[in-house]
Structure formats: structure tokens, C-alpha cells
Design a protein around this ligand. Structure first.
Ligand code: KG4
Ligand code: ZN
Length: 337
């Protein structure tokens, strides 16, 4: 059974995990949400400095929690892209340094592959599926044949779904990241109160667009009455959140089901930060059941950025004989296929 230590520093979470076979021995994540909250989004320079600050501490902690000595690690892995260059280079430099220093293999892992395979973390083997990855940086529909056999069916042509959640939250004066706030507010809101555009729903392809929806919310919000202190009434915010979330989820779900049918796969998988949204999980599950498809979402703790999913992808790749050269550069625009 191989033991892999993986680092994930592609955006604003610093994460280290230790995985032995399929057994997760440690998964440490230091969120930087508080550091970026005042800016309403991730500031690359701030993210990079924080990775440098947190990574060594997390590394020591992960090994301690796992009860694994550094010498017993069989291979070191890190996210090599896509992501912010100044963030990616911290985790990958550490993993490469550890691999070089101990003369052990290094594995560069695509962040998207980490998300894509994460639903299978506790199942036996990877089944052919159509996978929706929805995060703050990506919105992708992928046909998965096996590990390393991927066909991108469609992607967002502008903003990622999570980015739209974050930007709408910012317009409404809610915190960062906006997704969880919008989900919470939407629970008490009326999803039918505001009519918003379902962009590209009838585009006859598997691409998405969330920029038009975001702009529609912006124009709508500008015209709505505010209470004292230029704030919106709480009930109004709840209704905007519910209306926005309904439309965003509807497009994601309809296109995913259409893609799964077209690809004739029996299974739909769901991953990425936005996939911890309960309404998305429940509605996708219902839509899959109606279409006669199985549904496998990532476990909630694996949805937002973490190193366990990177370690898992690395274990699967390692067992198939993949390794990377320590000279392999990070690639902020790394493609999945
Ligand atoms: O996967 P992730 O941690 O980072 C990227 O790879 O981008 O995803 C973060 C994104 C953020 O945009 C955040 O607002 C969104 O996931 N998110 C959610 C929820 N929780 C996190 N969006 C909708 N509903 C949620 N409950
Ligand atoms: Zn991610």
C-alpha cells in the first residue's frame, strides 16, 4: 500500500493530506477566507504569502496526525495547475523539494482531475460517467471513461458558477465566499419572485454562461428600493438569492442530464466548491432519478479545495505508473484534456 503526501495551493486554501492506499490518514486545510474577505475576492499576493506562512506548519501537522514519518512517504504530489501562478508555485516547490531531497517520485496533479475523481474517494473503482465540476474558478462538463481518459464536453464561456455566486453576494453586501451565504439566504426566499435569464439553456451545446445572469442581477438590484443606510430589506435579499440560485442551478442540472443522456453513461458525478450546495445536490439527485441515472456527488468535506482529492488522484495515477519530472513547471492554464 503506497503512502502519498499531497499539497494543494492553487488558489486561497493551503492544504496538505496524507493518504495510504484509500485510507485518508490526515487532511489539513488552512482557509484564507478571512484574509480575502475585505476585498470580496482572492488577492493573489496575499494568497501566496499566506501559503508560504501556513504550508510548513500544515505539513508537520499532517505527518503528526497521520502518524507517518517523512521517510515512510512513497511519493510526493502537488497541484500543478490550473490556478494562480504565485499560489501554485508554493505547493509544487515544496513537493518537488521533498521528492528531490528524499529521492522519491514526484507527481504533478491537475486540480480539475482532483475535483473530477473526488466523488469516487470511498467507492471501489472509477465508473464511466459524465461529471459536472462547479467551483469558484471552473464550470466544466466532462465525459470520464477512466483515470486519465477525459473528454471536455463544455465549459463556461465567461464566469464560473461559483464566481457568479460570489459576485452576486458581493452586490448584496453578503460575505465572502458568497456561495454558502446565498444558499443560506435562499432557503428563506421566494425563488419565483424575480425572473432572471437562463443563459444558454437552449444553446444546443454543453457550454455555460453566468456573466449575463450576474449582470441581470446587477441591473435589477440597482432599481430595487433600499431601506435606511442604503441596505436592502432582509426578505428582499432572501428572494434575490433564491431567484438567482434557482436559475443558476436549473441551467447546470439541465445541461448535465442532457450530456449524460447523449454520452449514454449510466452515472452522473458532481464535484467542486459549489457542489456542497444542498439544493444543487438534492435537485441533481432528483433529476438523475427521473432520467434513470445513478448519481454520485463528492462527499461534502471534499467539495471545496482540499489536498485529500489531490492525494487521491495521485494514488490512482501512481498505481497506473504515472510520475512527473521535478523539472515540470506549474501551468496556471493547465487543461484537463
Ligand atoms: O472548489 P473551490 O473551493 O475553489 C475553486 O477551485 O475554485 O470552490 C470555491 C467556490 C466559491 O466560489 C464558493 O462561493 C463556492 O465554491 N461555494 C458555494 C457553496 N460553498 C462554496 N457555492 C454555492 N453554494 C455553496 N454552499
Ligand atoms: Zn477547486
Amino acid at each position: 500500500m503506497k503512502t502519498i503526501l499531497a499539497l494543494e495551493t492553487s488558489c486561497d486554501e493551503t492544504a496538505v493530506a496524507v493518504l495510504r492506499g484509500r485510507e485518508l490518514l490526515a487532511s489539513e486545510v488552512a482557509s484564507q477566507a478571512a484574509a480575502h474577505e475585505p476585498y470580496g475576492g482572492v488577492v493573489p499576493e496575499v494568497a501566496s504569502r499566506n501559503h508560504l506562512l501556513h504550508a510548513p506548519r500544515l505539513l508537520r501537522r499532517a505527518l503528526k496526525v497521520a502518524g507517518v514519518a517523512l521517510e515512510s512517504v512513497d511519493a510526493f504530489a502537488a497541484t500543478s495547475g490550473p490556478g494562480l501562478a504565485t499560489s501554485l508555485m508554493i505547493g509544487s516547490s515544496i513537493a518537488k523539494g521533498l521528492a528531490l531531497g528524499s529521492n522519491k517520485p514526484y507527481l504533478a496533479v491537475n486540480h480539475l482531475e482532483g475535483h473530477l475523481l473526488s466523488p469516487f474517494f470511498s467507492t471501489a473503482e472509477i465508473q464511466p460517467n459524465v461529471s459536472l465540476i462547479v467551483s469558484g474558478g471552473h464550470t466544466l462538463l466532462v465525459e470520464v471513461g477512466a483515470v486519465n481518459t477525459y473528454r471536455v464536453l463544455g465549459r463556461t464561456v465567461d464566469d464560473a458558477a461559483g464566481e457568479a455566486f460570489d459576485k452576486v453576494a458581493k452586490m448584496l453586501g453578503l460575505g465572502y465566499p458568497g456561495g454558502p451565504e446565498i444558499e443560506r439566504r435562499a432557503r428563506d426566499g421566494d425563488p419565483a419572485r424575480f425572473d432572471l435569464p437562463r443563459s444558454m439553456l437552449d444553446s444546443h451545446d454543453y457550454n455555460f454562461s453566468f456573466s449575463g445572469l450576474k449582470t441581470a442581477v446587477r441591473y435589477m438590484v440597482a432599481k430595487l428600493p433600499r431601506t435606511e443606510g442604503a441596505r436592502f430589506a432582509d426578505a428582499m435579499i432572501d428572494d434575490i438569492c433564491a431567484s438567482f440560485q434557482r436559475v443558476a442551478l436549473e441551467v447546470l442540472i439541465r445541461k448535465t442530464i442532457a450530456a449524460a443522456r447523449a454520452c449514454r453513461v449510466p452515472l452522473v458525478t458532481l464535484s467542486g466548491g459549489v457542489s456542497c450546495n444542498r439544493a444543487l445536490r438534492d435537485q441533481m439527485e432528483g433529476a438523475c432519478a427521473r432520467a434513470g441515472l445513478q448519481f454520485l456527488p463528492a462527499a461534502p468535506e471534499l467539495t471545496t479545495d482540499n489536498a485529500a482529492m489531490i492525494a487521491f488522484a495521485a494514488v490512482l495515477r501512481f498505481s497506473l505508473g504515472f510520475q512527473s519530472a521535478v523539472t515540470q513547471e506549474i501551468d496556471p492554464n493547465l487543461k484537463l484534456a
